[in-house]
Design a protein around this ligand. Sequence first.
Ligand SMILES: [Zn+2]
Length: 391
Amino acid sequence: MKKRLITWAVMALLSMPAFSQQSDAKRINAYSDTIAQLNQTGTWFDATPAPTGKKAKNVIIIIGDGMGTAQVYASIVAQKGNSNFLRFPFSGFSRTYSHNRYTTDSGAGGTAITCGRKTDNYHIGMLPDGTPIPSFLSLLHDMGLATGFVVTSSVLDATPASTYAHVPYRKMYDTISLQMAQCNYDVMIGGGVHNFRPENRKDGLNPIDTLLKKGYEIAYSLEDMKKSKAKKLVTFFCENYYGPIAPGRDPILAEGTKKALEIVSKNPNGFALMIEGSQIDWACHNNDADYMRAELADFETMLRIVLDFAEKDGNTLVVVTADHETGGLVLTSGDIDKGKNECKYTTDGHSGVMVPVFSFGPGAEKFSGVQNNIDLLPKVFNIMGRKTYLN
Ligand SMILES: [Zn+2]
């Protein structure tokens, strides 16, 4: 335990040359009772197992980056009654503000969801004062569960990075790639090989070698990934970022999710996955409704795969939410029968509105109502009956 904390502390020190380490406990406490309580008790979460109800063995947290209520409704209409969002028995809302901004970025938003703590915009996996914090994948990995993530962006992008990295600035890709190579998750699916290649790095290090030495198979194409029988798998399907799903991108979200489930579901202790539809955000930044519709349709396909698995399995908690809304999307009119929406965007940035939360499986009812984004993870640990490593 101590060794792990020291490792984080060293990693944080190494990765923040320009970052003030001045502790500001007051500022943190003022924003969050949870953090104040945790600082006093020395525990991350009140993870007392639920007194009643079935425990979840597995958890899948799905993030639609930039996916607000309007984006979800656009998908529900577009699917003409067959939307997978309609399969969730419970839903609620999540408040997304970050520690220092009304409107969050994906760094602080991802960190809130995956690590359960508010932080400043652009931070990844650390508190505003630079203290590194573990993600649910990191904690559950240490408890012997299989872990991994699937994204439609670079594996180094803010949301996936929030599950394994601890840096004060989300674009520190050289550092983030070193931290990914050390995280030991079973399966990491996305793009973004650029910063792993020594010739593209300032330090000349070779994190690809580290991954290979740790026993990972690296798939450079979708076909290689599908054929792989590896127990530990990383994919680098593109140099930096994937293109949009229409036209052209491989069905990485659907096929990656299938492959990740195949790998992690073999662990008898259970598993934890983070899956992100990354480009709903990019489409909405571009105010491009057709791009957004295609990414949402791709997201629906992934949801079908996950929900079919969870339905059959019966022990898997699925939570779908967003880190924030993007585009200030308004659906001014449409045609329900034809599955058409008239989309108007009010910004090319993020907005501060609440985002939806959908839940399925054991304990799903706990996610109804209006909650804070940092409340999601304590609920997950509670439903899994898991104490955290500091308890
Ligand atoms: Zn964005």
